[in-house]
Design a protein around this ligand. Structure first.
Ligand code: UD1
Length: 356
């Protein structure tokens, strides 16, 4: 069986890595790894391949940045040629980025089977580009690999046939479990023992410049009490420059370049608190039992709130500040284990595929 994996953006890489390894152990499986080039900076892509021990992609579509329509169309056009030439039996797509949906659409029109890893997550917020990508991809996929029971329920509600749904657990946690022992060696030497770790990159937070300005000033105020370490995504860096606020960075509020996987994992594990709008970081902090405040009104990962350490603080700076103070005073909720987030999700995916 020829399996073609499509990855494109930073959060895809740690999801695909364990699936590639598990499928390599199955007899008769041949694999091709395709990178769409949605993320192209070395710090957003190459360093992840190195640290995750992934093979270099067999193919790179080099689509780069653009509007959603342009980027999606470019991926579709270039991927169609590859799919016709390479004739995969199954295409695996990951998560909820534009590359995921674009590849699923191409496959469904060509009659190529698609498996979606991390299926069924829903924020119910259609202003998020990722929610559109999730909805479309799950309607088209033939195999839906879900991380949690809420995802199964979402898919049932949308009429997806139960025979297509396979609850396998969380592949991002597979990578975390494998690499956590290596992370300690990658801890940044100049970061103090107590610090808050921040990431922000969602359009709702960073493309609204007055709001981003307020957030940065609040983080700057927090940094008077505890060091704030903020690895900055390229789009966020551009917006901070547009606001003329790059100079806010100092020894207390540290605006840094995006970090490689292991370095960021080490920082997460030892943080007093993480403030984020990322999806994956909500899951990783829950697994690591580190308190997390999510600067969003909703989450497609509700299990991180019900069982984990995550709290939604929405677009409410006063709430973020008061919750941060509570956590720093030692009043945080503890995480409970989440079923099937055990480091073996990719093995379960490979078993399902081998039975096809
Ligand atoms: C994408 C995903 C988002 C995911 C995020 C992780 C979509 C719709 N969004 O958002 O779900 O959480 O990746 O990072 O697919 N840029 C660079 N270098 C790069 C990549 C991007 O400078 O290597 C800049 C460009 O200015 C680009 C902007 O970042 O326009 C946004 O990149 P894009 O891939 O469109 O979306 P992300 O915000 O990264």
């Amino acid at each position: 069986m020829h399996i073609l994996h499509v990855v494109g953006a930073r959060p895809n890489f740690m999801k695909a890595a364990p699936v590639l390894v598990s499928l390599a152990g199955k007899p008769g499986v041949r694999q091709t790894l395709l990178h769409t080039g949605q993320h192209y900076d070395a710090a957003m892509s190459d360093v992840f391949f190195q640290q995750l021990g992934m093979p270099a992609p067999d193919l790179n579509l080099e689509v780069g940045s653009g509007s959603h329509a342009r980027q999606t169309a470019e991926i579709m056009t270039r991927f169609e040629t590859v799919a016709l030439e390479r004739k995969p039996d199954l295409v695996l797509v990951y998560g909820d980025v534009n590359s995921t949906m674009a590849a699923a659409l191409v496959c469904s029109k060509l009659g190529v089977r698609v498996g979606h890893v991390e299926a069924g997550l829903r924020s119910r917020d259609r202003t998020m580009p990722e929610e559109i990508n999730r909805l479309v991809t799950d309607q088209l996929a033939d195999l839906l690999f879900t991380p949690s029971s809420d995802a199964d329920e979402n898919l049932f509600r949308e009429g997806v046939d139960a025979s297509k749904i396979h609850r396998v657990g969380n592949v991002m946690i597979d990578t975390l479990v494998r690499l956590l022992p290596c992370a300690k060696a990658h801890r940044a030497g100049d970061v103090p023992n107590r610090y808050v770790l921040v990431t922000l990159h969602r359009p709702a937070n960073v493309d609204d410049l007055p709001w981003l300005g307020e957030l940065l000033l609040a983080l700057s105020a927090l940094s008077q009490e505890i060091t704030v370490v903020f690895p900055v995504h390229p789009r966020t860096r551009q917006r901070i420059a547009d606001l003329g606020l790059s100079a806010l960075s100092n020894g207390h509020l540290r605006l840094m370049d995006p970090m490689p996987y292991l370095n960021f994992l080490a920082l997460q594990q030892q943080a007093q608190l993480v403030i984020t709008d990322s999806g994956g970081i909500q899951e990783e902090t829950t697994f690591l039992d580190v308190p997390c405040l999510t600067m969003r009104e909703n989450t497609e990962r509700p299990v991180t709130v019900t069982l984990g350490t995550n709290q939604l603080v929405g677009r409410d700076i006063a709430r973020m500040q008061s919750e941060a103070r509570r956590v720093l005073a030692g009043e945080s909720k503890r995480a409970q284990p989440i079923p099937l987030w055990d480091g073996k999700a990719a093995e379960r995916i490979a078993d399902v595929i081998a039975r096809q």
